[in-house]
Design a binder for this molecule. Structure first.
Ligand code: ACO
Ligand code: OAA
Length: 370
């Protein structure tokens, strides 16, 4: 038996959704750079779910379906109101999505059509849940989704209760495109393992949310913001980073299991960080980030991943730090559901083996003789 720590380099299954070849990321064969430049998040959702870009009528239909399904059952909002104060929004999301399943009459319907309809609901009810919780915890009433708005605009609208600027919507939409899918990353793989038992799509997504939450995965963006806050100024970057690296502390937002020459998504977020932090008069956030990058890349050869510059982008958009990972989940819901539907199409139970290294030939010893 051979083992590979963390399954590094192991090809676990075939997939036609997303590829990473020689450091180039594509969704449905289209370079993510082209999508970030030209597409909308709704087009990307369609691409991930159907494998091709939508024609105009297909996109209109998807947008209509997304628009009318964003309302979350009142019972779920009431459940959110009952959660203890101060819990992390990712924990809230995990529990609330699980609660959603209880109110979905199609939750246990395993047909392809029902799974597609559930994917639509999960896709747009996730932002509604996050925005509702962000308001409820401040003593504010949730804002109902506007069926006419795209996912990006609707989230910012439900969060703040005001019309977002076009600049904010565009930046947020691009961030959603960049985070949408990443082949067998940990959370997507968790979702696939879960549904490969032929359990329901909600169970798969709940596994994925719990997996994304960890700081080695989606939780890193929140940690990057905390680090920027702790460093505080460009002058403090050098001593902070030297000290951290000397003490073998991981610098969040750097390194990647697959990309060793850099994450192609980071350059987009870097540019957005530059523009948005300058616009709000907080360019020091970008400058600090660039200095951190210089040092970490210079000293360790590690490059920023998608989570690094997304932190300063989200700070510039005025978003609360603990919402960054839930925002990642809004985007990744498109990829998770695409992978779950693909898994169901050609399912086989995912069940690897363990290389047992524990003691052998032991015997049961009665408790008072141990
Ligand atoms: C959306 C995403 O999920 S992107 C990833 C988000 N996560 C982060 O940004 C957290 C910080 N980064 C990391 O922890 C890692 O780089 C991971 C988890 C992303 C990838 O991990 P792996 O491929 O398993 O690399 P691994 O953790 O084995 O690191 C290899 C070496 O580089 C070091 N290293 C890796 N990342 C970092 C980092 N961010 N800061 C400092 N050192 C690092 C490790 O300490 C290790 O050093 P060693 O060989 O001296 O022990
Ligand atoms: O692929 C990974 O391991 C992590 C990642 O970058 C992502 O999920 O976007």
């Amino acid at each position: 038996m051979t083992t590979t720590r963390g399954l590094e380099g192991v090809v676990a299954a075939q997939s036609a959704i997303c590829s990473i070849v020689d450091g180039v990321l594509c969704y449905g064969g289209i370079n993510v750079d082209e999508l970030a430049e030209n597409a909308t998040f709704e087009e990307v959702i369609y691409l991930l779910w159907h494998g091709v870009l939508p024609k105009r009528e297909q996109l209109d239909e998807l947008k209509k379906d997304l628009g009318i399904n964003a309302v979350v059952p009142k019972e779920v909002i009431d459940a959110i109101r009952s959660y203890p104060a101060g819990v992390h929004p990712m924990s809230v999301l995990r529990t609330a999505v699980s609660t959603l399943a209880l109110y979905d009459v199609e939750a246990q319907d395993m047909s392809k059509e029902a799974n597609y309809r559930k994917s639509i609901r999960l896709m747009v009810q996730t932002p509604t849940i996050i925005a509702a919780y962000a308001r409820i915890r401040k003593g504010l009433e949730p804002v109902q989704p506007n069926p006419e708005y795209c996912v990006a605009k609707n989230f910012l609208y439900m969060l703040n209760g005001t019309e977002p600027t076009d600049t904010a919507v565009k930046a947020f939409d691009t961030a959603l495109i960049l985070h949408a899918d990443h082949e067998f990353n940990a959370s997507t793989f968790a979702a696939r393992v879960t549904v490969a038992t032929l359990t329901d799509i909600y169970s798969g997504v709940v596994s994925a949310i719990g997996t994304l939450k960890g700081p080695l995965h989606g939780g890193a963006n929140e940690q990057v913001a905390a680090m920027l806050g702790e460093i505080g100024s460009v002058e403090n970057v050098e001593p902070f980073i030297h000290n951290a690296l000397e003490n073998k502390v991981k610098i969040m937002g750097f390194g990647h299991r697959v990309y060793k020459d850099g994450d192609p998504r980071a350059k987009w977020l870097r540019q957005m960080s530059k523009e948005l932090t300058t616009q709000i008069g907080r360019s020091e956030l970008y400058e600090m980030s660039v200095k951190i990058e210089e040092l970490v890349t210079g000293e360790k050869g590690l490059k920023p991943n998608v989570d690094f510059y997304s932190a300063s982008v989200y700070i510039a958009l005025g978003l609360e730090t603990d919402l960054y990972t839930p925002i990642f989940a809004i985007s990744r819901m498109s990829g998770w559901t695409a992978h779950i539907m693909e898994q169901f199409e050609n399912n086989r139970l995912i069940r690897p083996r363990a290389d047992y290294i524990g003691p052998v030939n032991q015997h049961y010893v009665p408790i008072d003789q141990r």
